[in-house]
Design a protein around this ligand. Structure first.
Ligand code: GDP
Ligand code: IMO
Ligand code: MG
Length: 421
């Protein structure tokens, strides 16, 4: 029995979909535990590309996909994703926690309205209603998956919630109307379609652990988007760090074996907020172009910069990461020099920790270690020694500095473009 966890160590889009798919071969269950359809996880198998937002990546390998209680679910998107997969010949084996919160129409409207109100101070959210849904969950005004299967319960909840939302709508001068009857019918309809998957997933997962099954937990986003340890308030609204997996599944923390941190060989970020190693020059363009750095969910261009090891170390500490996976090393091909940020200069002081004050983060200037670049990584490389000497040096430096063993190196989006160390 193993319970392994995969998380992003940066600002998301590290290649979690690819890595989760790779490790899914040994899993019985693959479990999402936070976030929602703000996530976009890409899996490439031969010429087939899958972009999953809510369905755990392991379903591509035929594994049971669990959407844990910590996830926020837009049922319309989930149903579409299930149908799209079926149309492509994959019938996902799914389980949805009865306790997962549901993204309602007013969450999506409010996400847009809040961003508009903030103007140039906006967060740059994905606009999927994630923040407003998590806010309602914590305020105990949430609709949960189980509520979609019970007309009386859902109706009673909407009677309480809709008048509150109408007041907020008025404050934001939102003209859209919330018609309780229409919302009730529509969401009960979603409940009908999803009922077959909704269950007490925490019980199933704990039984699975007791009976020796393998569980792979699939993080969404990354440490720097964590609501506490990220670049707050330019974060998402959930706990993206290792600690979030227990809260979001009902699996006790003592069960977790390996905590696998994904490190993209450089840094990207979508949306607003500071990115200390951002490159607004030709090198930034190289990374964006060669890495196809456009959001999987919103198609927005991702901002790009050098690898920030201070950030990676911050992630390793908070999540007690036991293994690293380096992704997209191939994207650095063809650069004369490559750099890794090791520290920041804040005012006149050198620091090795990530500041809490966002204004301090904005002032941080990266201090770099420079490496010689390399020309090409052969796509069929299957061991570390196949890589150019300069690329090996780059990877070994990450391992030395973090003191965490590197388990995999990804050199292309495909399942086979992976080197096991
Ligand atoms: P996730 O959100 O962490 O799952 O990452 P995304 O799927 O949003 O973005 C990662 C992108 O990089 C996807 O288009 C992947 O197909 C691609 N990708 C993953 N690993 C590699 C790699 O090692 N090299 C290259 N060139 N692309 C990769
Ligand atoms: P995956 O799982 C990259 C970012 C948004 C925005 C901030 C808040 O694919 O790595 P939200 O809609 O969550 O309220 O937006 O978080 N963001 C992501 N950036 N990858 C993601 O997921 C993200 N999910 C949210 O761009 O800056
Ligand atoms: Mg993504």
């Amino acid at each position: 029995m193993t319970v392994n966890l995969v998380i992003g160590t940066q600002w998301g889009d590290e290649g979690k979909g690819k890595v989760v798919d790779y490790y899914s071969k040994d899993a019985d269950y693959v479990v999402r535990f936070q976030g929602g359809n703000n996530a976009g996880h890409t899996i490439k198998v031969c010429e087939e590309v899958y972009k999953l937002h809510l369905t755990p990546s392991g379903v591509i390998q035929g594994k049971i996909g669990v959407i844990g209680n910590g996830v926020v679910i837009d049922p319309e998107i989930l149903i579409k994703e299930i149908n799209d997969l079926k149309n492509r010949g994959i019938k996902p084996k799914l389980l949805i926690s009865d306790r997962a919160n549901i993204i309602m129409p007013y969450h999506k409207i409010l996400d847009g309205a809040e961003e508009k109100f903030l103007g140039d101070k906006k967060i740059g959210t994905t606009g999927r209603g994630i923040g407003p849904c998590y806010s309602d969950k914590i305020a105990r005004n949430g609709i949960r998956a189980i509520d979609l299967t019970n007309k009386e319960l859902l109706s009673k909840k909407l009677d309480v919630i809709i008048p509150i939302k109408e007041r907020i709508f008025r404050a934001y001068e939102i003209s859209e109307k919330l018609d309780k009857k229409i919302i009730l019918e529509k969401y009960l309809g979603f409940g009908c379609q999803l009922k077959q998957y909704i269950s007490q997933t925490h019980i199933e997962l704990n039984k699975a652990i007791k009976s020796g099954k393998n569980i792979l937990l699939e993080g969404a986003q990354g440490t720097m988007l964590d609501v506490d340890f990220g670049t707050y308030p330019f974060t998402t609204s959930s706990h993206t760090i290792a600690g979030g997996c227990s809260i979001g599944t009902g699996i006790g923390p003592r069960n977790i074996d390996e905590i696998i941190g994904i490190v993209k060989a450089y840094t990207t970020r979508v949306g607003e907020g500071p990115l200390p190693t951002e490159l607004l020059d030709k090198t930034g363009e190289h990374l964006q172009k060669n890495g196809h750095e456009y959001g999987t969910t919103t198609n927005r261009p991702r901002r790009c910069g050098w690898l920030d090891l201070l950030v990676v170390k911050h992630s390793c500490m908070i999540s007690d990461i036991t293994k690293l996976v380096i992704t997209k090393l191939d994207v650095l091909n063809g650069l004369d020099n490559v750099k890794i940020c090791t520290k920041y200069k804040l005012d006149s002081k050198e620091i090795e920790y990530f500041p809490a004050n966002i204004e301090d983060v904005k002032k941080c200037k990266p201090i770099y270690k420079e490496f010689r670049g390399w020309d090409q990584i052969k796509p069929d490389s299957d061991s570390l020694s196949d890589l150019p000497a300069e690329a090996q040096k780059y990877v070994k430096y990450i391992e030395k500095e973090t003191k965490i063993p590197i388990a995999l190196i990804s050199i292309g989006p495909g399942r086979t473009e992976t080197i096991e160390i």
